[in-house]
Design a protein around this ligand. Structure first.
Ligand SMILES: C[S@@+](CC[C@H](N)C(=O)[O-])C[C@H]1O[C@@H](n2cnc3c(N)ncnc32)[C@H](O)[C@@H]1O
Length: 291
């Protein structure tokens, strides 16, 4: 499995071996509706790819990556690192580079900044200034990251996805056909992550968004388009009652996934989380479930 070059909050890399086998076999257009770090879409086989996420900073970076030759990109990254004297111990250089980025933002500099940031996280304030601190003595552009980035960019070169920056409710999915497929990995209503705490320069996720998403799922089903959605039904004693009601009233299949939360990017979840993949089709034959 290929790994996103970003250590993305809520990224599905570890769950891919459980999620991807549940997807349909033949997919014309694969729509990754909340694509984030793009971990899922890049590992799916399809004829065409459409990645959408409201985080235009990440999309901008991936759009740029998809136009790059991987060797040249890595050469240019190394040049930036050398020119700015970046290292896992040089905090001054990191801060100077962060200031530079914030007045001259560019996708490649954002990637380099992330490589030297705390926990390799991408984080902005309300004015969309990058504000993640230095990853002192820990973060640097490692050989492992180099290799992940190389493979990721090569894959983007091959599959040439469309990246769009819409709020999901502004997308028009009415033209999708029965051989197209929509994967949804929304923020989880009952957990907290930096993209749904409402103060990171991006729209908050709330019940209203959740219900709009259920409407979209119903519309897709009426149009005979298959979808699969990741979510959690339980987290630290909290129940996702809205989702439980949605499941009760619809013909959907619920697949319980097994997650070992030994990963710092899953900071909002913990033991007692019930991670699921919900599908509107029977995974054994790909047929849409009847109401
Ligand atoms: C759980 S993450 C997706 C992770 C991704 N599947 C991966 O493996 O890298 C959820 C994503 O939803 C995006 N998001 C949140 N609210 C949104 C909205 N209203 N419309 C579109 N995207 C949204 C966030 O920016 C975040 O990237």
């Amino acid at each position: 499995m290929l790994k996103s070059p970003l250590n993305y909050v809520g990224g599905k890399y570890k769950l891919l071996p459980q999620i991807i086998p549940l997807f349909p076999n033949e997919i014309d257009l694969f729509v990754d509706l909340f694509s984030g770090g793009a971990n899922v879409g890049i590992n799916v086989e399809a004829k065409k790819y459409w990645f959408n996420d409201m985080n235009y900073k990440i999309n901008e970076m991936f759009r740029f990556f998809s136009t790059q030759d991987p060797d040249e990109l890595i050469y240019n990254i190394d040049e930036i690192i050398t020119n700015w004297n970046l290292s896992k111990t040089n905090q001054e250089a990191f801060l100077a580079f962060r200031n530079y980025y914030n007045s001259n933002p560019s996708p490649i500099n954002l990637y380099v900044l992330v490589a030297y940031s705390y926990n390799y996280q991408i984080r902005f304030n309300n004015s969309m200034k990058f504000n993640n601190p230095f990853g002192k003595n820990r973060s640097q552009f490692t050989n492992n990251m180099r290799s992940n980035l190389y493979k990721f960019v090569k894959r983007l070169n091959e599959i040439k996805p469309l990246f769009t920056d819409y709020l999901f409710e502004h997308l028009n999915l009415s033209d999708l056909k029965p051989n197209d497929f929509v994967y949804l990995d929304p923020p989880y209503l009952i957990t907290r992550a930096s993209y749904n705490d409402g103060n990171r320069g991006f729209t908050n996720w709330n019940e209203n968004q959740e219900l709009k998403m259920y409407n979209l799922l119903n519309q897709l089903t009426s149009n005979k388009v298959r979808w699969a959605m990741s979510n959690v039904l339980e987290n630290k004693e909290k129940q996702h009652t809205l989702l439980e009601n949605f499941i009760k009233n619809k013909s959907v299949a619920v697949h319980v996934l097994n997650y070992n939360y030994n990963n710092s990017s899953y900071n909002s979840k913990g033991v007692g989380s019930k991670e699921v993949l919900i599908t509107n089709y029977d995974v054994s034959n790909g047929n849409i479930l009847k109401y």
